[in-house]
Design a protein around this ligand. Structure first.
Ligand SMILES: [Zn+2]
Length: 131
């Protein structure tokens, strides 16, 4: 990923910033230039909730080159408290303890390290909510 694109994406990578459609109220995440539901281009800024539930997950044992070197790792589908769903990495968990429906919360972590450019990318992941 290029440096300019990385910086441009920072607001939604680190704060889970979405765009809420002014016409139909659909929350577009990642942000788009047109509403996925109605095609409107009128939005207001919207910060997604920090907590949600794990709806499904898969365990990745052979990651793409440059992606997290620690394997296996977990990619999950999370439904946030407001109903928004997103695909995210689940971290800080023993894979044997993964459960559908478990509560998760947002954390800020390193996502990839680009060996050639030396860019380390940070972003949002989710971990089991403190019990
Ligand atoms: Zn809309």
């Amino acid at each position: 990923m290029s440096v300019p694109r990385y910086w441009r994406e920072i607001p939604y990578r680190i704060r889970l910033e979405a765009k809420k459609c002014k016409l139909c109220n659909y929350v577009n995440y990642p942000p788009r230039s047109k509403c996925l539901k109605c095609g409107s281009t009128e939005f207001e800024k919207y910060i997604l909730p920090k907590r949600g539930k794990l709806l499904s997950f898969s365990i990745i044992r052979n990651p793409p080159i440059g992606f997290d070197k620690k394997t296996p790792y977990v990619i999950g589908l999370v439904e946030l408290e407001d109903g928004t769903r997103l695909i995210t990495q689940i971290t800080d968990i023993d894979i044997n303890e993964l459960k559908i429906g478990m509560e998760v919360e947002q954390v800020f972590r390193k996502i990839t390290e680009d060996g050639d450019s030396g860019i380390i990318q940070y972003g949002v992941k989710f971990r089991p909510k403190n019990m």
